[in-house]
Design a protein around this ligand. Structure first.
Ligand SMILES: Nc1ncnc2c1ncn2[C@@H]1O[C@H](COP(=O)(O)OP(=O)(O)OP(=O)(O)O)[C@@H](O)[C@H]1O
Length: 318
């Protein structure tokens, strides 16, 4: 295998598999490739194997078979040398409520044998500043909102310079404002050159912040690549607004439009495969005296791509 190709990926797995005792196949022969500099969304419904994969990557559990490499080094074998360059936020931050945010970070840093005590205060101050908690740094952590706690957890991952950040469901449980804060922080970190790998069960979240994504379903990788390409893989839906819905649906059906839905004055359907031009469909409607108020093709979302690829709906609950 081309060694350069391996080192260009920040996370690379080959046939990575985890079968739990009791037989549960949580991750099934996963080949993941996370390019340097990407914001990589690891997407899948609850139970699809995301956390299990992340735990293997971070050396917390051993794979049943297959290999994984972080920053070009095999894990778990080289975990000790590579993990200091990787910041991780898995399963929510462990915080002491009776300590201030600042003291939580000082305590966390003191427990890290690789951390230099002489630079501790300055690094803690910089990390608090990074996540926008300077003003609240002296407050007890138990008085923090969930979003602030999550930002403090991120600060703990940022006490050292990191080449890679691994975040497991970083916006889980947050209100919309908290979610926005974490997303903009992720964007800022990426702009500074850190590769960010984050798991999520929220499709629109991935579309908003990620450059690349991998979609998991039942332990298997369904697809991975740049988000724009993944969404483009699914064809958009045709949307026609007209008072003559029944007639419009009939004409569109005759021209190969499938999966038609009619709601009030809106007819939607799947564009036929091949080189049928939406403009030709519009012309056919007009020829049949359908009064077309608006005619367009809705951009395909990652959700459309997911449904097209797996034939499943995307479970966004929980
Ligand atoms: N320690 C374990 N022992 C047995 N089965 C497990 C264990 N951990 C996870 N599983 C199972 O493995 C599958 C994948 O779980 P995993 O937690 O990796 O999914 P996930 O995509 O991260 O979902 P979630 O978002 O709910 O954490 C699930 O069916 C889960 O029940």
């Amino acid at each position: 295998m081309d060694r350069d190709a391996v080192s260009a990926a920040v996370i690379e797995t080959r046939g990575l598999t985890k079968r739990f005792r009791g037989g549960q196949l949580a991750v099934d022969s996963l080949d993941l490739s996370v390019p340097a500099g990407s914001v990589f969304g690891f997407l899948g419904p609850n139970g699809s194997g995301k956390t299990t994969t992340i735990r293997m990557l971070m050396g917390l559990i051993a794979p049943t078979s297959g290999t994984a490499a972080l920053l070009g080094h095999p894990v778990p074998r080289a975990a000790r040398s590579v993990l200091p360059q990787v910041g991780a936020l898995i399963e929510g931050p462990a915080l002491y409520g009776f300590l201030s945010g600042r003291d939580n970070l000082i305590r966390y840093d003191s427990a890290d044998p690789a951390a230099d005590p002489r630079t501790r205060r300055a690094r803690v101050a910089a990390a608090l500043d990074r996540v926008g908690l300077t003003a609240a740094g002296g407050k007890k952590a138990k008085a923090y909102s969930l979003g602030m706690k999550q930002r403090l957890g991120l600060a703990s991952a940022l006490l050292q310079p990191r080449r890679l950040l691994v975040l497991d469901e970083p916006t889980n449980g947050l209100d919309p404002q908290g979610m926005r804060e974490i997303r903009s922080l992720v964007r800022e970190l990426a702009a500074d050159g850190t590769t960010v790998f984050l798991s999520s069960h929220l499709l629109d979240e991935i579309e908003q912040v990620c450059t690349h994504a991998a979609v998991m379903s039942r332990g298997r990788l369904v697809v991975q690549g740049p988000v724009t390409e993944l969404a483009a893989g699914a064809r958009g839906r045709l949307v026609v607004t007209t008072p003559d819905t029944a007639q419009a649906a009939r004409v569109l059906k005759e021209h190969g439009v499938a999966d038609l839905t009619v709601a009030r004055e809106r007819v939607t359907g799947e564009l036929p495969p091949g080189d049928v031009e939406p403009a030709d469909l519009n012309a056919a409607l007009v020829r049949a005296d359908v009064r077309v108020r608006s005619f367009g093709v809705e951009r395909a979302s990652l959700e459309d791509a997911f449904v097209a690829l797996t034939g499943e709906g995307f479970d966004v609950a929980g």
